[in-house]
Design a protein around this ligand. Structure first.
Ligand SMILES: Cc1cc2nc3c(=O)[nH]c(=O)nc-3n(C[C@H](O)[C@H](O)[C@H](O)COP(=O)(O)O)c2cc1C
Length: 203
Protein backbone atom coordinates (compact mmCIF):
# COMPACT_ATOMS: atom_id res chain seq x y z
CA UNK A 1 0.00 0.00 0.00
CA UNK A 2 1.22 3.51 -0.78
CA UNK A 3 2.39 5.31 2.35
CA UNK A 4 0.00 8.21 1.70
CA UNK A 5 -2.84 5.70 1.57
CA UNK A 6 -1.76 4.14 4.87
CA UNK A 7 -1.85 7.57 6.51
CA UNK A 8 -5.19 8.43 4.94
CA UNK A 9 -6.84 5.17 5.93
CA UNK A 10 -5.68 5.04 9.53
CA UNK A 11 -8.61 5.32 11.91
CA UNK A 12 -8.98 3.90 15.39
CA UNK A 13 -10.70 0.54 14.99
CA UNK A 14 -12.44 -0.55 18.19
CA UNK A 15 -14.23 -3.72 17.07
CA UNK A 16 -12.65 -6.81 15.60
CA UNK A 17 -13.48 -10.13 14.05
CA UNK A 18 -12.72 -13.16 16.18
CA UNK A 19 -9.89 -14.18 13.88
CA UNK A 20 -6.25 -14.92 14.71
CA UNK A 21 -3.26 -13.16 13.23
CA UNK A 22 -0.42 -15.00 11.54
CA UNK A 23 2.70 -15.01 13.71
CA UNK A 24 4.76 -13.13 11.12
CA UNK A 25 2.16 -10.34 11.01
CA UNK A 26 2.40 -9.97 14.77
CA UNK A 27 6.16 -9.83 14.50
CA UNK A 28 6.06 -7.17 11.77
CA UNK A 29 3.77 -4.95 13.82
CA UNK A 30 5.97 -5.28 16.89
CA UNK A 31 9.20 -4.86 14.92
CA UNK A 32 7.95 -1.57 13.49
CA UNK A 33 7.83 -0.10 17.01
CA UNK A 34 11.55 -0.66 17.37
CA UNK A 35 12.18 1.51 14.29
CA UNK A 36 10.83 4.59 16.05
CA UNK A 37 13.13 7.51 16.76
CA UNK A 38 14.13 8.10 20.37
CA UNK A 39 15.78 11.05 22.06
CA UNK A 40 19.51 10.47 22.35
CA UNK A 41 18.77 7.06 20.86
CA UNK A 42 17.87 6.15 24.44
CA UNK A 43 15.29 3.55 23.41
CA UNK A 44 13.90 3.77 26.90
CA UNK A 45 10.89 1.69 26.14
CA UNK A 46 9.56 -1.83 26.44
CA UNK A 47 6.62 -3.54 24.76
CA UNK A 48 4.41 -6.04 26.50
CA UNK A 49 3.03 -8.23 23.70
CA UNK A 50 -0.11 -10.21 24.47
CA UNK A 51 -1.26 -12.82 21.98
CA UNK A 52 -2.36 -15.72 24.19
CA UNK A 53 -6.09 -15.72 24.96
CA UNK A 54 -5.54 -16.00 28.72
CA UNK A 55 -3.11 -13.10 28.76
CA UNK A 56 -5.44 -10.94 26.72
CA UNK A 57 -8.37 -11.79 28.99
CA UNK A 58 -6.35 -10.75 32.02
CA UNK A 59 -5.40 -7.54 30.27
CA UNK A 60 -9.00 -6.53 29.54
CA UNK A 61 -9.83 -6.79 33.21
CA UNK A 62 -7.75 -3.63 33.60
CA UNK A 63 -9.62 -1.56 31.02
CA UNK A 64 -13.23 -2.33 31.99
CA UNK A 65 -14.92 0.87 30.85
CA UNK A 66 -13.98 0.45 27.20
CA UNK A 67 -15.64 -2.90 26.89
CA UNK A 68 -19.18 -1.69 27.51
CA UNK A 69 -19.14 0.56 24.45
CA UNK A 70 -17.12 -1.72 22.22
CA UNK A 71 -18.15 -5.31 22.92
CA UNK A 72 -15.94 -6.80 20.23
CA UNK A 73 -12.74 -5.07 21.23
CA UNK A 74 -11.73 -8.14 23.19
CA UNK A 75 -11.66 -10.13 19.95
CA UNK A 76 -8.43 -8.34 19.08
CA UNK A 77 -5.86 -11.13 18.68
CA UNK A 78 -3.01 -8.80 19.57
CA UNK A 79 -2.58 -6.24 22.33
CA UNK A 80 0.69 -4.40 22.78
CA UNK A 81 1.32 -2.25 25.84
CA UNK A 82 4.08 0.28 25.15
CA UNK A 83 5.94 1.08 28.36
CA UNK A 84 8.12 4.14 28.85
CA UNK A 85 11.24 3.97 30.99
CA UNK A 86 12.11 7.41 32.28
CA UNK A 87 15.29 6.36 34.07
CA UNK A 88 16.84 5.13 30.83
CA UNK A 89 16.60 8.72 29.55
CA UNK A 90 17.94 10.29 32.72
CA UNK A 91 20.89 7.92 32.60
CA UNK A 92 21.49 8.35 28.87
CA UNK A 93 21.49 12.15 29.17
CA UNK A 94 23.84 12.05 32.16
CA UNK A 95 26.51 10.56 29.90
CA UNK A 96 29.41 12.74 28.80
CA UNK A 97 28.03 13.77 25.38
CA UNK A 98 24.93 15.26 27.05
CA UNK A 99 26.24 15.91 30.55
CA UNK A 100 22.97 16.35 32.46
CA UNK A 101 24.49 14.64 35.46
CA UNK A 102 22.01 16.14 37.92
CA UNK A 103 19.24 14.13 36.22
CA UNK A 104 16.95 17.11 36.78
CA UNK A 105 13.65 16.50 35.02
CA UNK A 106 13.19 20.28 34.62
CA UNK A 107 15.74 20.07 31.79
CA UNK A 108 13.32 18.11 29.66
CA UNK A 109 11.11 20.27 27.41
CA UNK A 110 8.53 17.48 27.52
CA UNK A 111 8.89 13.94 28.88
CA UNK A 112 10.70 12.38 25.93
CA UNK A 113 10.23 8.90 27.45
CA UNK A 114 6.48 9.12 26.85
CA UNK A 115 6.94 10.87 23.51
CA UNK A 116 9.16 8.13 22.12
CA UNK A 117 6.84 5.35 23.26
CA UNK A 118 4.03 7.25 21.52
CA UNK A 119 6.04 7.45 18.30
CA UNK A 120 6.59 3.71 18.49
CA UNK A 121 2.84 3.27 19.01
CA UNK A 122 2.04 5.26 15.90
CA UNK A 123 4.36 3.08 13.84
CA UNK A 124 2.43 0.03 15.05
CA UNK A 125 -0.89 1.67 14.11
CA UNK A 126 0.41 2.46 10.62
CA UNK A 127 1.96 -0.97 10.16
CA UNK A 128 -1.38 -2.54 11.07
CA UNK A 129 -3.08 -0.54 8.32
CA UNK A 130 -0.37 -1.53 5.88
CA UNK A 131 -1.10 -5.17 6.77
CA UNK A 132 -4.80 -4.69 5.98
CA UNK A 133 -5.70 -4.66 9.70
CA UNK A 134 -7.30 -2.26 12.12
CA UNK A 135 -5.70 -0.93 15.28
CA UNK A 136 -6.59 1.27 18.22
CA UNK A 137 -4.60 3.27 20.74
CA UNK A 138 -6.32 3.78 24.05
CA UNK A 139 -5.52 4.76 27.58
CA UNK A 140 -5.28 2.67 30.73
CA UNK A 141 -6.97 4.58 33.56
CA UNK A 142 -4.55 5.64 36.34
CA UNK A 143 -6.52 3.72 38.96
CA UNK A 144 -5.95 0.49 37.00
CA UNK A 145 -2.22 0.83 36.46
CA UNK A 146 -1.08 -0.70 39.76
CA UNK A 147 -3.19 -3.83 39.25
CA UNK A 148 -2.07 -4.07 35.62
CA UNK A 149 1.58 -3.83 36.69
CA UNK A 150 1.15 -6.49 39.36
CA UNK A 151 -0.70 -8.83 37.03
CA UNK A 152 1.99 -8.70 34.34
CA UNK A 153 5.08 -8.28 36.53
CA UNK A 154 5.80 -4.83 35.10
CA UNK A 155 8.40 -3.05 37.24
CA UNK A 156 7.54 0.31 38.83
CA UNK A 157 10.11 2.04 36.65
CA UNK A 158 8.06 1.29 33.53
CA UNK A 159 4.93 3.30 32.77
CA UNK A 160 2.25 2.02 30.40
CA UNK A 161 1.51 4.97 28.12
CA UNK A 162 -1.65 3.24 26.88
CA UNK A 163 -2.23 0.14 24.80
CA UNK A 164 -2.58 -0.80 21.15
CA UNK A 165 -5.06 -3.43 19.99
CA UNK A 166 -4.65 -4.93 16.53
CA UNK A 167 -6.83 -7.26 14.49
CA UNK A 168 -9.20 -7.68 11.59
CA UNK A 169 -11.78 -4.93 11.57
CA UNK A 170 -15.31 -6.25 12.18
CA UNK A 171 -16.85 -6.39 8.71
CA UNK A 172 -20.30 -5.15 9.72
CA UNK A 173 -19.06 -1.92 11.29
CA UNK A 174 -20.87 1.20 10.13
CA UNK A 175 -18.58 3.67 8.37
CA UNK A 176 -17.71 6.33 10.93
CA UNK A 177 -19.58 9.54 10.22
CA UNK A 178 -17.79 12.40 11.92
CA UNK A 179 -20.09 14.42 14.18
CA UNK A 180 -19.83 18.20 14.18
CA UNK A 181 -18.08 18.21 17.55
CA UNK A 182 -15.66 15.52 16.45
CA UNK A 183 -14.74 16.76 12.99
CA UNK A 184 -11.09 16.76 11.99
CA UNK A 185 -9.88 20.31 12.45
CA UNK A 186 -9.11 21.95 9.12
CA UNK A 187 -5.54 22.89 8.30
CA UNK A 188 -6.29 26.61 8.31
CA UNK A 189 -7.27 26.33 12.00
CA UNK A 190 -4.18 24.53 13.19
CA UNK A 191 -1.37 25.16 10.73
CA UNK A 192 0.40 28.47 11.25
CA UNK A 193 2.72 29.61 8.50
CA UNK A 194 5.53 32.03 9.21
CA UNK A 195 4.16 33.10 12.60
CA UNK A 196 1.49 31.96 15.01
CA UNK A 197 -1.51 33.87 13.72
CA UNK A 198 -4.62 34.08 15.83
CA UNK A 199 -7.66 32.70 14.14
CA UNK A 200 -11.09 34.27 14.51
CA UNK A 201 -12.45 31.57 16.83
CA UNK A 202 -9.47 31.77 19.22
CA UNK A 203 -9.66 35.53 19.83
C1 LIG B 1 -3.09 9.45 23.35
C2 LIG B 1 -4.40 8.92 22.85
C3 LIG B 1 -5.28 8.35 23.74
C4 LIG B 1 -6.51 7.87 23.30
N1 LIG B 1 -7.32 7.26 24.20
C5 LIG B 1 -8.50 6.80 23.77
C6 LIG B 1 -9.36 6.13 24.69
O1 LIG B 1 -9.00 5.91 25.86
N2 LIG B 1 -10.57 5.74 24.25
C7 LIG B 1 -10.97 5.94 22.96
O2 LIG B 1 -12.10 5.55 22.62
N3 LIG B 1 -10.16 6.53 22.05
C8 LIG B 1 -8.94 6.96 22.43
N4 LIG B 1 -8.11 7.55 21.51
C9 LIG B 1 -8.52 7.65 20.11
C10 LIG B 1 -9.02 9.03 19.71
O3 LIG B 1 -10.32 9.23 20.23
C11 LIG B 1 -8.99 9.12 18.19
O4 LIG B 1 -7.67 9.06 17.74
C12 LIG B 1 -9.64 10.40 17.66
O5 LIG B 1 -11.01 10.42 17.95
C13 LIG B 1 -9.48 10.57 16.14
O6 LIG B 1 -10.03 9.46 15.47
P1 LIG B 1 -9.12 8.56 14.48
O7 LIG B 1 -7.86 8.19 15.21
O8 LIG B 1 -9.98 7.37 14.18
O9 LIG B 1 -8.82 9.39 13.27
C14 LIG B 1 -6.88 7.99 21.93
C15 LIG B 1 -5.96 8.55 21.04
C16 LIG B 1 -4.74 8.99 21.47
C17 LIG B 1 -3.76 9.56 20.47
Amino acid sequence: MEFSEVVRRRRMVREYEDRPLARDVVERVVASALRAPSAGFSQGWAFLVLTEADDRRRFWRHVPTRVENTPRIQNAPLVVVPLSHRDAYLERYARSDKGWTDRDEARWPVPYWHLDAAMASLLMLLTAVDEGLGAYFFGIAPENVAAFRADFDVPEAFTPIGAVSVGYRAVDLEPQAPSVSARRRPAEDVVHRGRFARHEEET
